[in-house]
Design a protein around this ligand. Structure first.
Ligand SMILES: C[S@@+](CC[C@H](N)C(=O)[O-])C[C@H]1O[C@@H](n2cnc3c(N)ncnc32)[C@H](O)[C@@H]1O
Length: 209
């Protein structure tokens, strides 16, 4: 019962179980995010956006990495915006971070305005994956990079690995080839994938021409 309530709140955290889920995501995605940010090529002074920012830990990590730069976070869950803002309140106060409620499908930002966009463990939930990848491409600057991060990677040796979560949440684990193809179709260039074999994690990076 507790497990089910918690897992349900990965989609759009809300209420008591949402708060617990946010705490658990901040903790549980810490190592995954650190590993993937190693492929982000973060430049001092860059302008970064974390899509589906959840409890805001990735925003916090990006703030530490961008120096004089600025970091935005968006999430469509008001509770996530509240919790991520609380975690990043010092950076928000000094103008280094900005967290907003928004959907990945309609980003409240100008075109060509970000050097880096990250999206950790959120792609599965997006309503229109191709359109949403194009929306991210719109806000990236020429040469800007998207970093997509996944824990739910299909395992050919264990096809049922993600079945309980997939059935519970109505989502699908990704494949390396499937992610590459979507990025290509959305118009990205220099698409690269990295797999951390010991955990089965996937990080895909792609750039705007
Ligand atoms: C599993 S959580 C991951 C949160 C965070 N990135 C992390 O790694 O801890 C998925 C997040 O994506 C957000 N999300 C899902 N669909 C979204 C959408 N269409 N637009 C914006 N945020 C979305 C959810 O509200 C949730 O906070």
């Amino acid at each position: 019962m507790k497990y089910h309530k918690l897992v349900e709140n990965a989609v759009k955290p809300t209420g008591f179980w949402g708060k617990l889920m946010i705490r658990s995501m901040n903790k549980g995605h810490h190592a995954l995010t650190d590993w993937a940010l190693g492929y982000a090529d973060i430049a001092i002074g860059c302008r970064a956006l974390d899509v589906g920012c959840g409890g805001g830990r990735t925003v916090q990590k990006l703030c530490d990495a961008v120096g004089s730069g600025k970091v935005y976070g968006i999430d469509y869950s008001p509770l996530c915006v509240e919790k991520a803002s609380k975690l990043n309140h010092k950076n928000i106060l000094c103008g280094k971070a900005d967290i907003r409620q928004a959907s990945v499908s309609a980003l409240p930002f100008d075109s060509d305005s970000f050097d880096l966009v990250t999206a950790v463990e959120t792609y599965y939930f997006w309503p229109d994956k191709l359109g949403d990848l194009k929306e991210i491409l719109r806000v990236l600057r020429s040469g800007g990079r998207l970093v997509l991060v996944f824990e739910m990677l299909e395992d050919k040796t264990n096809p049922n690995k993600w079945k309980p979560v997939e059935q519970k949440l109505g989502i699908k684990a990704v494949s390396e080839e499937g992610v590459k193809e979507m990025l290509l179709r959305a118009g990205y260039q220099n698409i690269r994938t990295h797999i951390r074999e010991e955990n089965g994690w996937l990080c895909a990076t792609a750039e705007k021409e």
